[in-house]
Design a protein around this ligand. Structure first.
Ligand code: FDA
Length: 293
């Protein structure tokens, strides 16, 4: 129902709802948002909006945008990393070109003392993205992967990565996937999420605990304490604009926290795609149609 209704939702309404979740259209908007987050005690990972490019020059343009972002963050001495969707750098068009774009970003990130995370997209990208991560990780530790608790394969993927002492973000996974490859039940997804976090905490490496789910936050906190994990081995991660109250409480309690900050001119397409993929989030849009401001 939500997917059918969305095309008729006025752009202005989508914009109004998305404004909470997106730093703005320009690099300066993202830098200002990161500065405010840093001042509140949180670090950031910045995403230049865009994915599934259809021409190689778009991938090259995305690489330039990310390089400019890395420079901007460094010049302003901000505490931030970057997150990149592999299809935005041409994963589906030309894997060799995509690798070369990523190499340029990871090398620059290394010189500037920061890190590049390869966001995980739908299951058609999982193998190629993990392969890309492995290749980049051979050259530099300044790169991080993402595993989705929704996918049944993620436990095995993590075992294969552990010898690299990897930095991995664990999230539920935003893409709707079929039952044959993905858990559908909320509790199963939660169980897998916690199993992945625990395996990574016990096995070495760094874990980004990316969730707004109270149950997962509380159980992850308990795990961290139970295992006596140092603060430099994990952090909580949340999306810009989501559960800011929860974020503040985690910060106040002294937990390391990173906020994912998307920005860029592709905000409309991004918002619509995210909303279609996750009707639960789309509920926020539909509600806003009836909210008074
Ligand atoms: P859940 O969806 O149950 O949310 C818990 C509560 O948070 C909800 O009850 C609601 O109140 C609130 N909430 C959650 N999302 C909201 C929203 N957008 N607006 C308003 N309220 C909201 N996925 C992926 O496939 N690949 C990736 O690379 C990433 N990367 C990533 C980075 C970071 C930092 C985060 C936090 C998340 C991702 N994700 C992701 C998305 C992730 O997979 C997942 O879809 C969302 O985080 C929602 O799942 P939760 O665990 O937050 O639980």
């Amino acid at each position: 129902m939500v997917a059918q209704v969305l095309p008729y939702v006025p752009r202005a309404v989508v914009g109004r709802v998305s404004a909470r979740y997106i730093a703005g259209e320009a690099l300066q908007d993202a830098l200002a948002t990161v500065r405010a987050l840093n001042e509140s005690g949180a670090s950031a990972t910045v995403d230049v909006l865009g994915e599934f490019v259809t021409a190689l020059d778009e991938a090259a343009a995305a690489r330039r945008e990310y390089l400019a972002l890395l420079e901007g963050l460094a010049v302003q001495q901000l505490d931030a990393q970057v997150s990149v969707k592999p299809t935005q750098l041409g994963l589906k068009l030309d894997p060799a070109a995509c690798l070369s774009h990523f190499r340029a970003l990871v090398q620059r990130a290394r010189e500037l003392g920061t890190l590049v995370t390869l966001d995980m997209e739908d299951s058609s990208c999982t193998d190629a993205t993990l392969e890309l991560y492995r290749t980049l990780r051979r050259d530099s530790p300044q790169v991080s992967a993402v595993l989705q608790a929704r996918l049944r394969r993620s436990g095995a993927d993590l075992e294969a990565l552990l010898p690299l002492q990897p930095s991995v973000r664990i999230c539920k996974g935003i893409y709707v996937e079929p039952g044959a490859i993905a858990f559908q039940d909320r509790e199963e997804i939660r169980r897998n999420f916690l199993a992945l976090v625990e395996r990574l905490l016990r096995g070495g490496g760094f874990v980004g605990i990316a969730t707004h789910d109270d149950v997962l936050i509380e159980r992850s906190r308990a795990l961290v304490h139970q295992l006596g994990v140092e603060r430099d081995r994990y952090e909580f991660q949340m999306l810009l604009g989501v559960r800011e109250d929860r974020r503040r409480r985690l910060r106040a309690a002294g937990y390391p926290l990173r906020v994912y900050v998307p920005f860029g001119s592709h905000w409309y397409a991004y918002s619509i795609r995210r909303l279609k993929e996750n009707p639960a989030i789309a509920g926020h849009v539909l509600r806003s149609l009836f909210e008074r401001r």
